[in-house]
Write a protein that binds this ligand. Structure first.
Ligand code: ACK
Length: 222
């Protein structure tokens, strides 16, 4: 009946606790501010504005609401594998539990700004193994051969007219380049870590100290 149809959420995921959300927002804004001033970044500005004009990255990326790491996009049951996911034993067992997510990198592209999440074996139990979640959204060539959970991320901001689903796609693109052996161009040792450029506006900051983020496994109905 209609009740069953709405009983599945928009998505399942880990929702970062408020205290850490504020810290991450500060750290990520500081990073954008610094990136903006780097000569190496200015050299590739054309990727962002289509012109060699300055961009204010803090304005360029719009916040996208509560910080979270999506595990399964269910679209209220319309997404493939939604029901199976909701019925997984691990999903039922861990619903409402607090986890420590490890944010291991920040990345910026002309479309999105995000944090990479490195999942533990336990956390991977909540990752959809079924229909290759890695390329659930759109096809990223070679994404199917990436390790499970590669797509895990927290969206920190999106450029105008870009949907948050793009953040995971952008991360997979960067990780695919890495897996194919592209070293990227190491441009800067920053206080937070090493900044690497992967071409066409793709920047990745590997954090020296991963950020540990307490997060509640739950779901969002919207
Ligand atoms: O930033 P995100 O991970 O990207 O969090 C939002 C959340 O679900 C609500 O929109 C993600 N999302 C949207 N569509 C998809 C999709 N087709 N596959 C995977 N994640 C999706 C979006």
């Amino acid at each position: 009946g209609p009740l069953e149809e709405v009983s599945l959420p928009l998505f399942f995921g880990w929702f970062l606790l408020t205290s850490i959300q504020d810290k991450i927002k500060c750290t990520s804004m500081d990073f954008l501010k610094t990136l903006d001033t780097l000569e190496a970044f200015k050299k590739h500005l054309i990727d962002f504005s289509g012109k060699a004009e300055e961009v204010d990255l803090e304005q360029y990326f719009q916040p996208t609401g509560i910080l979270h790491c999506t595990t399964k996009f269910c679209n209220y049951g319309k997404a493939e594998g939604a029901k199976e996911y909701a019925e997984k034993q691990a999903v039922k067992d861990f619903y409402g539990s607090i986890f420590d997510l490890s944010l291991s990198a920040l990345f910026v592209t002309p479309r999105t700004f995000g944090a990479r999440v490195s999942l533990t074996e336990e956390q991977l139990q909540l990752w959809p193994a079924d229909a290759d979640a890695e390329k659930q959204a759109e096809s990223v060539p070679a994404a199917a051969s990436m390790p499970l959970g590669s797509r895990a991320h927290v969206t920190l901001g999106c450029a105008e007219n870009v949907e948050p689903v793009q953040t995971g796609v952008d991360l997979l693109e960067i990780l695919t380049l890495q897996q194919e052996g592209q070293q990227g161009e190491q441009v800067e040792e920053m206080e937070l870590g090493t900044l690497t450029y992967y071409g066409t506006g793709k920047w990745l900051l590997n954090l020296r100290e991963p950020i540990s983020a307490p997060a509640c496994f739950s779901s969002f109905y919207g």
